[in-house]
Design a protein around this ligand. Structure first.
Ligand SMILES: [Zn+2]
Length: 119
């Protein structure tokens, strides 16, 4: 899957699994995407870049392109991050950011299992 880390690619594939034109187009960008930066707070959020010569932009869509939550965060019982959510952000129809956020004080430092996504 290109040069994306396996956990990032798996999360994006799960979030973009739909058959609608936007999901299909963004999913097609995954092999041509890479991590261009990380969030300064220490969370698992990644900034993404796509080789725009290699793959077309997605049709116009809302921002965020996808938003989802996680059903049962494994850490919650240990006082870890509670109810994290995830956003897929785009720039001109290209993947630009996979963001995770938490309602707790602690940043979510690793991508939860995509099977826990509430899709
Ligand atoms: Zn952060």
């Amino acid at each position: 899957m290109g040069s994306l880390p396996a956990d990032v690619a798996a999360t994006l594939r799960a979030l973009l699994r739909g058959g609608d034109p936007v999901s299909v187009a963004l999913r097609a960008q995954l092999p041509h995407a890479w991590v261009a930066g990380r969030c300064g707070c220490g969370c698992a959020t990644v900034d993404l870049e796509v080789d725009r010569q290699a793959v077309p932009a997605a049709p116009a869509h809302d921002s965020p392109a996808v938003e989802a939550g996680y059903t049962s965060p494994a850490d919650a019982a240990d006082g870890g991050p509670v109810c994290p959510g995830v956003l897929v952000l785009t720039d001109d129809g290209y993947l630009s950011r996979l963001e995770i956020y938490s309602v707790g004080d602690e940043p979510v430092t690793a991508w939860p299992d995509p099977l826990l996504l509430d899709l």
